[in-house]
Design a protein around this ligand. Structure first.
Ligand code: GRF
Length: 205
């Protein structure tokens, strides 16, 4: 399965995919890494692993449409079959989502539908979790639809919230679960084991 990975930051989720492929646990290839930021450490991870990478930055384009068209062009040229949002913080338009209908997945650091949607990304998610006082949080991998963090859920895993947690400590514990779930979701997709029925994603054994 040919992957295109969109990133914006440190790229630890990208690294988890790279490691899973290297360990022979995931029969896929990362054809292109596209970062929305020139300074994303994720780009170094791609370079260190001889993976083609490019920074396509929204602020360099006159419109969101032109920005997304530049990404779509790169992804199509690389014959990408699944687009993976791995720490990618921009919201994709319905135009982009339709260009890869049913072939975009995203990892989010909470148990959707809790603590998700506009404004809930990165450390902010964990600050909100602690402010609210929930006892359980976690990570979610879902298909991307035209909403924000609203597509059919593929995998989730719970993470306990501890009394002495800070947002940073909690983020680190959730990130470890993200690194398990994302490669697993890609593997299930690659093996054709995901069946979307309405809003539900059934996993064939
Ligand atoms: C993290 O907040 C993670 O929860 C979310 O994106 C952020 C950075 O991920 N998915 P990464 O290290 O760039 O993969």
């Amino acid at each position: 399965l040919k992957l295109g990975v969109l990133v914006s930051g440190s790229g630890t989720n990208l690294q988890a995919i790279i490691d899973s492929i290297k360990a022979g646990k995931l029969n896929a290839s990362i054809e292109i890494v596209i970062s929305s930021r020139e300074d994303a450490y994720a780009l170094k991870r791609a370079r260190d692993n001889n993976i083609e990478s490019v920074a396509i930055c929204p602020e360099r384009y006159l419109s969101k449409m032109e920005y997304e068209e530049a990404m779509i062009k790169k992804l199509k040229e690389a014959k990408v079959e699944l687009v993976v949002l791995a720490g990618y913080i921009k919201v994709l338009s319905p135009h982009f989502v339709r260009a890869f209908a049913g072939r975009i997945i995203n990892i989010h650091p909470s148990l959707i539908p809790a603590f998700c949607g506009k404004g809930y990304y990165g450390i902010r998610v964990h600050e909100a979790v602690l402010e609210y006082g929930v006892k359980v949080t976690g990570a979610t991998v879902h298909f991307v639809d035209e909403g924000t963090d609203t597509g059919p859920i593929i995998l989730q895993k719970a993470v306990e919230v501890r009394d002495d947690d800070t947002p940073e400590i909690l983020a680190k514990r959730v990130l470890e679960v993200e690194h398990e779930l994302l490669p697993e979701a890609i593997r299930l997709f690659a093996e054709g084991k995901l069946e979307v029925v309405g809003r539900r994603v059934l996993i064939k054994k």
